[in-house]
Design a protein around this ligand. Structure first.
Ligand code: NDP
Length: 334
């Protein structure tokens, strides 16, 4: 059975040398253990941070040791009363084709009759991130102007729809025409800005004649620099991520420092957050998102690569923008 390990720490954008595949043996499960078959693997931008060896909110991956992250799997053998053969489960697991895990390492997922990969996207960590960032920090109100960067990604696609539901005017910043069409035509965003085509400050100014009340920050860098001058008094800025800085090479200058001036002028509130801070509220978020997805009100997209060996390319694709919605790897059929 294959396992994906960290081969070397990347400097800048990860490449094929960052990863290595290893053959492993998977034993039989013991008492209160499960044998799982991986169906889907989630590749996420935060994994880039774990590839570096520095202090963070989550410990670094170790060279020669498995990469891990969100996995959806099917129970092949259960030695626990809590699970039955065939159950679909999810958890933070090593990236490998089969696993023996303790029963309490995973939870059953209710996929509302949808493909189980939904538990890694809008009904998983990215969906919850959008929910808490937008609803608890952003707090969108009727008629407000909301701007979201990384708007067609796993988090962005949910964040924008939540702001629309609250009656806000929503503008998304994206990297391609296809993504612009997706967020306006399918998701119902009011306007899309394509940052790779031209003057973002001008486009943003035109799209936001009344200024910006909420900026949902996913990318950082120059795109966000165009946002700060437009912040309204008492704006809120959920600081979710800064993907444009994740692959800076050693010694490169991080331009994020200029924001403070604008925050003071607008008395805007900017708050960094981790989805895990809201663990006490996950249940209500799953219910609300689940109902909206099941009824078709909340729409989502997935970009799925096939085969365990495509995990490195799927991960690198996050930084070139190949994904619309959640970037996933399909490892096996159910
Ligand atoms: P996405 O699905 O949005 O995938 C990444 C996208 O980022 C790409 O498709 C690309 O879209 C865009 N991108 C890549 N490089 C750049 C760049 N240099 N400048 C601008 N945009 C870029 O990922 P997620 O939805 O999973 O994550 C979005 C953000 O949220 C990330 O910053 C992530 O770290 C953060 N996050 C934070 C969490 C928290 O708890 N705080 C939890 C989960 C995610 P495009 O084509 O539009 O450029």
């Amino acid at each position: 059975q294959q396992q994906l390990v960290l081969n070397e720490r990347p400097n800048g954008l990860p490449n094929a040398d960052t990863f290595a595949f290893k053959e492993i043996n998977v034993e039989n499960p013991g008492h209160e253990q499960l044998l799982l078959k991986t169906l889907y693997i989630s590749v996420d931008p935060y994994m880039r941070g774990r590839m570096a060896d520095g202090p963070s909110y989550i410990e670094p991956f170790q060279i020669g040791e498995p990469l891990s992250g969100g996995v959806v799997a099917q129970v092949v053998t259960s030695k626990s009363e809590q699970f039955q053969q065939g159950d679909i489960v999810t958890g933070m697991l090593n990236f490998q084709e089969y696993h023996v895990v303790e029963a309490n390492q995973v939870r059953k997922v209710n996929t509302f009759g949808l493909r189980p990969s939904v538990a890694l996207g809008p009904l998983g960590m990215p969906g919850l991130t959008a929910y808490f960032g937008m609803m608890h920090i952003g707090e969108p109100k009727q008629g407000e102007t909301v701007v979201i960067s990384g708007a067609a990604g796993a988090v962005g696609q949910v964040a924008g729809q939540l702001a629309k539901r609250a009656g806000a005017h929503v503008i998304g910043i994206v990297g391609s025409k296809e993504k612009a069409n997706y967020i306006t035509k399918t998701l119902g965003y009011d306007h899309a800005i394509e940052y790779k085509h031209g003057d973002v400050p001008r486009q943003l100014k035109e799209a936001c004649p009344n200024g910006i009340d909420i900026y949902f920050e996913n990318v950082g860098g120059e795109i966000s620099d165009a946002v700060w001058p437009l912040l309204n008094t008492f704006a809120r800025v959920p600081v979710c991520g800064a993907i444009s800085s994740y692959n800076l090479e050693a010694g490169e200058y991080d331009i994020g420092i200029r924001v403070q001036t604008y925050l003071i002028k607008a008395r805007a509130k900017m708050q960094g957050f981790l989805v895990g801070d809201y663990a006490d509220h996950f249940k209500e978020a799953y219910e609300e998102l689940g109902e909206a997805i099941a009824s078709g009100e909340l729409k989502y997209e997935e970009t799925i690569r096939e085969g365990f060996e495509s995990i490195p390319d799927a991960f690198i694709g996050l930084f070139t923008g190949e994904n619309i919605g959640k970037q996933l790897v399909k490892v096996a059929e159910q």
